[in-house]
Design a protein around this ligand. Structure first.
Ligand code: URA
Length: 228
């Protein structure tokens, strides 16, 4: 929608009224006067006309440390969700950029900017996600090699990109994958009869969990590598 169209709709006084406001220099886009009503209005643009704020929506980008047992969902009748951990009036505007299983802990990203979440979750973008994995039995080198070679996933009719994997102990590793298939890591190990006993996400793309405490979150600014 253009700025003219938005003002016309918002005021209910039509396009002519919008043009008069614009021509009079009374319209401000992101606090700068504008006269060109044909410019598109972005979801997070600040727009005022004649001293009245017509749109002022804040883009939100949240890194949250999901505890085990909390659902990666926005609402649920029976369980607490990640949204319940964000005690802010705008929490219900947020959606998840990728989920974790209920028994998995670690980084989840929440936002109200669907272009941003899509940039993280689109399969074509191959965004790396790094996990600490603990297993119920030793992880053989042959298994690590299969992860590094990439594996086929019949249900999704796809093949995983070569994973990065470092063995940390006989029964733990740090694993980076580039997809977000349902239960992907558990399924990768189960293929070899190995059960994942603990799973924890450390990072998504350039975003690190860092020292955010379990159940806590922090805001991040508009990422510099990402333009709205
Ligand atoms: N892989 C899984 O199996 N579970 C997760 O929560 C994330 C990746």
């Amino acid at each position: 929608m253009t700025i003219s169209q938005f003002i016309a709709k918002h005021s209910g006084l039509g396009k002519r009224h919008a043009k008069i406001l614009l021509d009079s220099g009374l319209v401000f886009l992101n606090h700068q006067p504008i006269t060109d009503g044909n410019l598109p209005l972005g979801k997070f643009d600040h727009l005022s006309a004649n001293g009245e704020i017509l749109q002022a929506r804040t883009a939100r980008y949240i890194l949250l440390h999901k505890p085990i047992g909390i659902l990666s969902a926005t609402t649920d009748k029976n369980h607490s969700t990640v949204i319940d951990l964000i005690n802010e009036p705008w929490a219900n505007e947020l959606h998840l950029a990728g989920r974790l299983d209920r028994a998995t802990s670690g980084l989840v990203i929440l936002t109200n900017d669907s272009r941003f979440s899509e940039s993280l979750t689109s399969p074509e973008n191959h965004v790396p996600k790094t996990y600490l994995v603990h297993t119920d039995q030793p992880i053989p080198e042959t298994v690590l090699q299969q992860f590094r070679d990439g594996m086929s996933f019949e249900k999704e009719n796809t093949r995983s990109a070569p994973a990065i994997v470092d063995l940390l102990s006989e029964t733990s590793c740090r694993l980076t994958i580039y997809e977000g298939l349902h239960h992907q890591i558990k399924r990768m190990f189960l293929r070899f009869g190995i059960r994942v006993t603990q799973l924890h996400r450390e990072s998504i793309g350039i975003y690190l969990l860092g020292n955010i405490q379990v159940g806590h979150w922090r805001n991040i600014d508009l990422p510099s590598c990402y333009c709205q």
